[in-house]
Every structure is written in C-alpha cells, then in structure tokens.
Design a protein around this ligand. Structure first.
Ligand code: GTP
Ligand code: MG
Length: 197
C-alpha cells in the first residue's frame, strides 16, 4: 500500500474525544519504550509524525493520524512504566482499556513486543485480557536490528512457544525494525487487506 498522506488529527484523553465518523483505524499498544511511535513513523515514512523518545513514557494521550484521507493509525500510551505514580498509571490504564473496549472502528490492535527480551508477565497478562474480551490483535516484534539473525530466530520461536501454551491458535505476527524498515510492506499489506474486507 502506498502512503500518499499522513497527518496528525487529534490527541484525546478519553475515547469520547476521539474523531467522530466511522473510518477504520489500527492502533499500536505495548510496554512503554517498545517502539510504538517509531513504528508509526516508519510505516508512514514520516520521521517526526509521532513523537518518540529514548526515555519511556513519552506518549500520554491517544493520538490519531489520518492516512490517505481514509483511515487512521492510532498511537497509544505505553503500559507498565514503573516510574510513574500509581495515580497516573491508573489513569493511563483506564484510557487504554476504555479505548480498546469501546472504539468500535478499531479493526486491529498491534501489540508490540521487544524482540530482545524474554516473555514478560505484563505482556502475557495483557494478551490474556485481549483474548477474554475478544479483541482482534496481532503481535509485532520490534527492534530486531539489535539482534543477530540467529538470536532473533531463537527469541521469536521461544516467544511463540510460550504463547502456544495458552493459545490453541496463535495470532498473526510480524517481525520489524524501525531502523531498517523490516516488516513495513507486510504490515501495510495486512492493514490494506483488512480495510478491503
Ligand atoms: P512510549 O510512548 O514512551 O510508550 O514509547 P514508544 O513505545 O512510543 O517508543 P518510541 O517509539 O518512542 O521508541 C523508544 C526508543 O526506542 C527510541 O529511542 C527509539 O529510537 C528506539 N527504537 C524504536 N524502535 C526501534 C527499532 O526498531 N530499532 C532501534 N534500534 N531502536 C528503536
Ligand atoms: Mg510513544
């Protein structure tokens, strides 16, 4: 799919403030610092569309970006950033779960996982919660440029094996790097297929 235009639309603190209408949208979620905003920039080919930062906790609102005038990419705040106060963490949690459960035009949630790490409990619990609530999602392994090919293959196999213990059928998964643009065509093709369905 060709990205002809990508523009910031609005930042919302609550799902009620998100854009009206019924354009389809695709959202990105995952632990703080996993690379959500960077992935949106990589997919759109706009380096500064979504704000990124090397310190966790950069994105604190629901950000809508209108693509080609007819669908949205949505950048969500990360979860699990320990240095936030409990109150702000609870607020972000409410914002995220409210969006995921109530935003009907959200066609697919991309759950980002850092390919360098062992499966983390917080992500496993989140995946379980998505399943319980029937949310359509897929897994996106990020930062793969930081690993050798051998280590990457082993880590992904290990991750999927762990998931298989809970899931009969695994969700689709993508292997990406915002540095090398690995996975760009696959992700955009997947989105395109869903839009055309
Ligand atoms: P929050 O908004 O804080 O939840 O973080 P985020 O998930 O949006 O992460 P962000 O895109 O801001 O990236 C965090 C850091 O990881 C930045 O320093 C990025 O440059 C770096 N990063 C993101 N993706 C990649 C990648 O594919 N490869 C490498 N090497 N670094 C990456
Ligand atoms: Mg971000």
């Amino acid at each position: 799919m060709l990205i002809k235009s990508a523009e910031f639309t609005i930042s919302s603190a609550r799902v009620e403030q998100c854009p009206k209408g019924d354009l389809p949208e695709f959202a990105f979620i995952g632990r703080s610092n996993v690379g959500k905003s960077s992935l949106i920039n990589m997919l759109t080919g706009r380096d500064h569309l979504a704000k990124t930062s090397s310190t966790p906790g950069k994105t604190i609102l629901i950000n809508h970006f209108l693509i080609n005038g007819d669908w949205y990419l949505v950048d969500l705040p990360g979860y699990g950033y320990a240095k936030r106060g409990q109150k702000q963490r609870d607020e972000l949690q409410r914002m995220i779960t409210g969006y995921i459960l109530r935003r009907e035009q959200m066609m697919n949630l991309f759950l980002l996982i850092d390919s360098r790490h062992e499966p983390q409990r917080i992500d496993m619990e989140f995946i379980e919660w998505l399943g319980e609530n029937g949310i359509p999602f897929s897994i996106v392994f990020t930062k793969t440029d930081k690993l050798s090919n051998g280590k990457l293959t082993a880590n992904i196999k290990h991750y999927l094996d762990e998931l298989s213990k809970q899931w009969e059928e695994l969700p689709p998964h993508f292997i990406t790097s915002s540095e090398t643009r690995l996975g760009k065509e696959e992700l955009l093709g997947y989105i395109d297929d869903i839009i055309k369905m």
